[in-house]
Design a protein around this ligand. Structure first.
Ligand code: NAG
Ligand code: NAG
Ligand code: NAG
Ligand code: NAG
Ligand code: NAG
Ligand code: NAG
Length: 482
């Protein structure tokens, strides 16, 4: 990078560092675990303190726009206030954006780097209540991510249908990558502003000069190392018709009484290895007895493989985990304890396990999804282990066996949590509130003129529908529900 750009970037980076000190203090004040212990109580959570925290520094105009979300008729019809507790995550994710402002240049910069097919990104937004594709994309080039993008495109169109002109103007990059992959505020070096990692081969638009964060990037999972990433509900909720198929099956799942379930920890898995950024202190994982299990310069921590092949196999009488012999979710209910292990990042299997009425043991990976921190409680509605090592699972199983009634209540609370919050309306409302929140942080007046390639997403989908090729038809035939 030319020296002049580095110098030009300095003043804003100084502000950035001031904000980072705040963010670092915030991160340090949190327990190392993803999930608060239920006994810790709500008031100790920095997230809940941030509740309604649209306080100092906001202009009156901004306040007005903030509260306007409730004016949409569907805000009431979808019972959006039922999900208030989950919106605390939006406030936490927007903290840096709110303090520093989300700039158009930063949006363009991150769109040119991450809004590409190689980075699984899509540059989109809302203008005049319409969902827009802001930068051309290449569905075919996305290969298996094309259907994930299509699931999100349908969601943006659903938001347009539900809220229309009540959606404020915003532009952002939506990614379907499993793990965050962009320069984050915590890794920018103020004296030598440069990207911390080389860009993957083939990424286009990488010639643009560096513009500092925060960036309006939306994704399914993050750790505290990526404070400006805005979490959104996983595309799998839509593709797996979650409300009908999973929530709808709760009466079947909960039919087998707790007392008849086997006191064994059960799980079946696909082979994925956890990816991480080597400098991220939140996602590093040790094996049993402090063994090192990460490799590839600590960018891969194969916790799932380690737990299944090395750890579970030593405790076969208590733990039944395997990469073979897939079972239906209903068959999982034969077991009192079920285990959730992370994939490349967060595992959306968690949403499949919580409704079973069995006690969910969740690996603490450092990564979290949009609802973990606001809804999940250790020994409240699930059990968390591997905060340090995998052997914690045995101690937690001992505890559960010694407190069987409490374990049953925790399992039931898990079912109630997903039934109440992880609904189609809850996700739609969450998106809508996020768009309002993001809009309120914009440091510029958004306009379609800023995006020369902008097209309504509805037209983009109609164009695909008009194409007769097998791959477009296959893409459009993917199941989807809001
Ligand atoms: C945004 O980038 C343009 C072109 O590089 C520059 O002229 C302008 O000053 C930048 N705006 C801000 C607010 O940094
Ligand atoms: C409410 O949302 C539905 C789609 O879920 C839509 O058909 C309807 O027009 C919306 N109502 C209003 C008043 O926007
Ligand atoms: C920033 O980068 C320079 C050059 O690589 C290095 O000497 C310095 O230690 C870095 N500062 C921080 C805070 O990482
Ligand atoms: C990986 O992380 C561990 C624990 O922090 C550290 O001891 C080791 O040196 C790191 N390895 C590499 C290659 O960075
Ligand atoms: C479920 O379990 C039953 C009996 O335990 C077995 O017959 C059936 O094949 C299993 N189905 C699946 C899909 O695992
Ligand atoms: C979900 O179930 C309801 C009621 O059974 C049905 O009307 C609806 O079409 C189903 N939706 C999907 C996407 O399958």
């Amino acid at each position: 990078m030319p020296r002049s750009i580095a110098r030009a970037a300095q003043p804003s980076l100084r502000i950035l560092y001031a904000v980072l000190a705040t963010v670092a203090a915030y991160a340090a004040s949190r327990p190392s675990s993803l999930i608060e212990a239920s006994s810790a109580g709500r008031s100790s959570s920095p997230i809940s303190q941030a509740e309604g925290g649209l306080s100092d520094g906001d202009s009156g105009g901004r306040r007005l726009r903030e509260s306007s979300f409730a004016e949409a008729a569907n805000y009431t019809a979808l019972e959006c206030s039922r999900y208030d507790k989950t919106y605390e995550q939006i406030e936490a994710d927007l903290r840096i954006h709110r303090e520093m402002g989300t700039h158009l240049n930063a949006t363009k910069y991150i769109a040119s780097r991450l809004g590409s097919v190689q980075m699984r990104g899509l540059t989109v937004g809302f203008f005049g209540g319409k969902a827009m594709l802001l930068v051309r994309t290449d569905f075919k080039g996305l290969s298996h991510h094309a259907k994930l993008h299509m699931a999100y495109i349908r969601m943006l169109l659903h938001l347009e249908d539900c809220f229309g002109s009540h959606i404020p103007d915003v532009a952002f990059v939506l990614t379907t990558s499993d793990t965050p992959r962009y320069v984050s505020a915590t890794v920018v070096n103020a004296s030598h502003p440069a990207l911390p990692t080389p860009l993957p081969a083939g990424v286009t638009g990488s010639r643009s000069p560096f513009v500092p964060p925060p960036y309006p990037v939306l994704g399914i999972g993050k750790s505290d190392y990526w404070p400006d990433l805005l979490l959104v509900p996983n595309f799998h909720f839509h593709m797996k018709l979650y409300d009908n198929v999973t929530l709808g099956a709760i009466p079947d799942y909960t039919r087998l009484p707790w007392g008849e379930r086997k006191e064994v920890l059960f799980g079946r898995f696909s082979r994925y290895r956890m990816n991480r950024f080597s400098g991220d202190p939140h996602t590093y994982k040790w094996g049993a007895a402090g063994r090192k299990i990460c490799y590839n310069a600590n960018q891969t921590c194969p916790t799932r493989e380690y737990f299944v092949k090395r750890f579970g196999s030593k405790h076969r009488e208590r733990i039944d985990v395997s990469f073979e012999g897939k079972r239906s979710m209903l068959n999982h209910t034969a077991f009192k304890y079920v285990v959730n292990l992370e994939g490349q990042g967060i595992s959306s299997r968690l949403e499949q396990l919580l409704p079973l009425g069995s006690l969910v043991f969740k690996e603490a990976s450092g990564y979290y999804a949009y609802y973990y921190r606001t809804l999940l409680r250790h020994r409240g509605n699930l059990v968390e282990f591997w905060r340090v090592g995998p052997e914690e699972v045995l101690a937690e199983m001992d505890w559960a066996a010694a407190h069987d009634d409490e374990a049953r209540r925790i399992a039931e609370a898990g079912v109630q949590t997903v039934q109440r919050y992880l609904t189609s309306n809850g996700r739609t409302c969450y998106w809508y509130r996020l768009l309002h929140g993001l809009h309120s942080t914009l440091a510029y007046a958004p306009s379609l003129e800023q995006w020369a390639q902008a097209r309504p997403l509805r037209e983009v989908v109609a164009d695909l529908e008009a194409r007769e090729e097998a791959w477009t038809q296959e893409l459009l035939a993917e199941p989807w529900a809001p």
